[in-house]
Design a protein around this ligand. Structure first.
Ligand SMILES: [Zn+2]
Length: 107
């Protein structure tokens, strides 16, 4: 199983030369386009799991490209923001009151 760090480094190997030419803003636009494609696929009456998987993979890949351009280690960012327990209620699973919108991940 590939770690997040390894995947981000693979994206760097494969695409950093193209990503750095394109720049942050245009790379972000590609990410948004992929999110749009995921949205289109989720709105279909008959969900195509394979297509949804592909769109999710593209989104993660573009996030890695952006992180590489910004010199951010995604693995560190993820585990700092999402450690093995909810950073608000200190529990796993989270026991925050989800009926209040402000409690949903928006600490
Ligand atoms: Zn919680």
């Amino acid at each position: 199983m590939m770690r997040i760090n390894e995947f981000q480094n693979l994206m760097k190997e494969l695409y950093f030369h193209q990503d750095s030419k394109r720049g942050i803003e245009k790379t972000f636009i590609w990410l948004v386009e992929e999110v749009g494609e995921l949205a289109s696929n989720l709105l279909l009456d008959n969900l195509d799991k394979r297509k949804i998987e592909n769109e999710m993979a593209d989104i993660v890949a573009w996030i890695c490209s952006l992180a590489n351009l910004l010199n951010i280690k995604l693995e560190d960012a993820l585990f700092n923001k999402y450690p093995n327990k909810c950073i608000k209620c200190d529990s796993n699973p989270c026991i925050c009151d989800s009926s209040r919108k402000n409690n949903q991940r928006n600490w």
